[in-house]
Design a binder for this molecule. Structure first.
Ligand SMILES: Nc1ncnc2c1ncn2[C@@H]1O[C@H](COP(=O)(O)OP(=O)(O)O)[C@@H](O)[C@H]1O
Ligand SMILES: [Mg+2]
Length: 284
């Protein structure tokens, strides 16, 4: 660790009081399963229906596309934050919640330097207590960041479709996080289900493997149906949950938000930022 990084990490540790909004990490084994759609819809619903203070962080560096769904300017983004710009200057407002956009340009998020990671953590620490929920839209698959963020998050939502390859990749993600770190706070969202039944059967299949080979249980957060309205909303540049609140997609998102907010918070003893420091800088 360079000197500058060391002193930044020291500073973050001094500031960090373990007072967090609840961090929910959204991952998928495979891209294109509808993760960004679900994260933005949940952010919208938590903010507008449940009146929660929400920050959505687009961690899908390399392929960040949250701005497209929200119609925001991609200029203010995580990149300047990594270079040390205060987070207040990077946060944008969409539909009553706050957003930090990702950016494209580096292929491998693993290429982030320690200094950039430290800057990110420092800026997050400064605002994390202002929110009820922090939603992380991660890039697909396993990398240092999807693992680090998910391991530190209170809950990791694994999004998959019924498609066998998506399911296999979802299993691989869960397996890695569990085998490497004993992490098991997973909730599963089945997206693009053609019927409730197909959704439940898909979950059962995943649950069965995870149960048999890892010995842990999964929680089904929701079965989100396939709907033509998704694309229509996208064309109209409106969130589906706002444009079609009674579409089964929106209704299921509301149910997931309801389950999330109605739950007793079972926060780990240490704060999110402290757990990130351990992962990124202290090799734990
Ligand atoms: N429930 C759904 N019904 C219909 N189409 C969907 C649904 N969820 C996602 N999609 C489609 O899948 C595409 C990919 O979704 P996106 O959220 O960008 O996936 P990811 O973030 O996992 O890569 C979207 O353009 C959208 O048209
Ligand atoms: Mg995405």
């Amino acid at each position: 660790m360079g000197n500058q990084v060391e002193s930044l990490v020291k500073l973050i540790k001094q500031r960090e009081r373990g007072v967090n909004g609840k961090v929910l990490s959204f991952v998928s084994g495979k891209g294109g399963v509808g993760k960004t759609g679900i994260v933005t819809s949940l952010a919208y619903t938590l903010a507008n229906t449940f009146k929660k203070k929400v920050l959505l962080l687009d961690c899908d560096i390399g392929l960040g596309n949250v701005h497209l769904l929200l119609g925001l300017s991609p200029d203010k983004n995580l990149k300047s934050l990594l270079k040390g710009t205060p987070i207040e200057k990077v946060i944008q407002r969409a539909y009553n919640y706050d957003v930090v956009l990702g950016f494209s340009g580096i292929d491998e998020i693993d290429e982030l330097e320690n200094l950039e990671t430290a800057n990110l953590l420092l800026q997050l620490e400064r605002v994390i207590k202002n929110y009820d929920y922090i939603l992380l839209d991660n890039s697909a698959g396993l990398n240092r960041y999807t693992i680090g963020f998910s391991r530190a998050a209170a809950t990791t939502y694994v999004v998959t479709t019924p498609e066998p390859t998506a399911l296999t990749d979802a299993y691989a993600f869960i397996k890695s996080l569990y085998k490497l770190y004993g992490y098991s706070n997973f909730k599963v969202v089945i997206n693009m289900a053609r019927s409730r039944r197909e959704g439940f059967e898909t979950f059962e299949r995943l649950q069965l493997s995870v149960n048999r080979f890892l010995g842990i249980d999964l929680t089904l957060a929701g079965v989100v149906p396939y709907t033509e309205r998704f694309r229509e909303a996208l064309r109209g540049r409106m969130p589906i949950v706002e444009l079609y609140p009674s579409d089964p997609y929106s209704v299921e998102i509301k149910r997931i938000a309801q389950l999330e907010t109605g739950q007793l918070l079972k926060e780990p003893k240490e704060g999110f930022i402290r757990r990130l420091i351990k992962f990124f800088f202290e090799g734990e």
